[in-house]
Ligand binder design. Structure first.
Ligand SMILES: NC(=O)c1ccc[n+]([C@@H]2O[C@H](COP(=O)([O-])OP(=O)(O)OC[C@H]3O[C@@H](n4cnc5c(N)ncnc54)[C@H](O)[C@@H]3O)[C@@H](O)[C@H]2O)c1
Length: 248
């Protein structure tokens, strides 16, 4: 991809399945990779992608402000922000105000705080790129998923608003929308619910025209494209990486 060498990229949810695959790809593109995650540092994983690591709760404004200032001092002003961090709360009408608060404070407000404290750095750089992870769940209804889907729809909305606000500063803002991706989280959730992994994989695969779940590196490749100069005329868009899930 063009224009990624030495760019400073923050990936939130950087220890998660898709965040970490994206970190690996950005390292391969010679970016300076910075990971933000709620989890304690995993030294082996962090070293493998030659990253700087900050343990940050993205819903905590002071923590985000301090960590972004440290990145600017220690690594350099941010060029690229990739927001993958998310809470996964799946509830319908029974959702409590506390559950709404928990999921919105991370998936919507936390994503927004990350932009608030990195956009001034991008302006200093004369431009930048923000990639917000939505989902096919940001396009359609899914049973018992209202809390999660509402936040993924919101991500697409704020992406389009920020694309307008930030275009004058040459900051592009796009939403990346994966279908079902075969991840450790998928395997863990099958095990937790006592479901047969192979059967569940078949069921999930059949929802996609390509009749399989996606791979984390396929999502990472799309993130690298949106971050790069190869996407220099792409802003305000939703990039589907969904194996045809929504084409059905
Ligand atoms: N996995 C899929 O099939 C899939 C499909 C479509 C969209 N997505 C989207 O991709 C993104 C990444 O999903 P994933 O499968 O990698 O999930 P994951 O659970 O593996 O990773 C999410 C990461 O976010 C971190 N996180 C959670 N709350 C945080 C907070 N408050 N502050 C900082 N970090 C926090 C977690 O610790 C975790 O490491 C999400 O936005 C999700 O909605 C995933």
């Amino acid at each position: 991809m063009r224009g990624l060498k030495n760019k400073v990229v923050i990936i939130t949810g950087g220890l998660g399945d898709l965040g970490y695959a994206t970190a690996r790809r950005m390292m391969e593109e010679d970016c300076k990779v910075v990971l933000f995650d709620l989890l304690p540092r995993d030294q082996e994983k962090v070293a493998a992608v030659k990253a700087a690591y900050y343990q940050v709760d993205i819903s905590d404004e002071n923590a985000v402000k301090d960590a972004c200032a440290s990145v600017e001092r220690e690594v350099g002003p941010v060029n690229i922000l990739i927001n993958t961090a998310a809470r996964f709360i799946f509830k319908g009408v029974e959702a409590t105000p506390e559950e709404w608060q928990q999921i919105c404070s991370v998936n919507i407000a936390g994503t927004s705080l990350m932009a608030k404290y990195t956009v001034p750095q991008m302006k200093k750089n004369g431009g930048g790129s923000i990639i917000n992870f939505s989902s096919v769940s940001g396009f359609v209804g899914q049973s018992d998923f209202a809390t999660y889907n509402a936040t993924k729809f919101a991500i697409r909305g704020l992406t389009k608003c920020w694309a307008q606000d930030l275009a004058p500063f040459q900051i592009r803002v796009n939403a990346l929308c994966p279908g079902y991706i075969y991840t450790k989280a998928f395997i863990d959730s099958c095990e937790k619910l006592g479901l047969d992994i192979e059967e569940e994989d078949k069921r999930a695969s059949a929802m996609h025209l390509l009749n399989r779940q996606g791979k984390p590196e396929e999502v990472a490749a799309a993130a690298a494209f949106l971050a790069s100069d190869d996407a220099s005329f792409v802003t305000g868009s939703d990039l589907l990486v969904d194996g045809g899930y929504l084409a059905k």
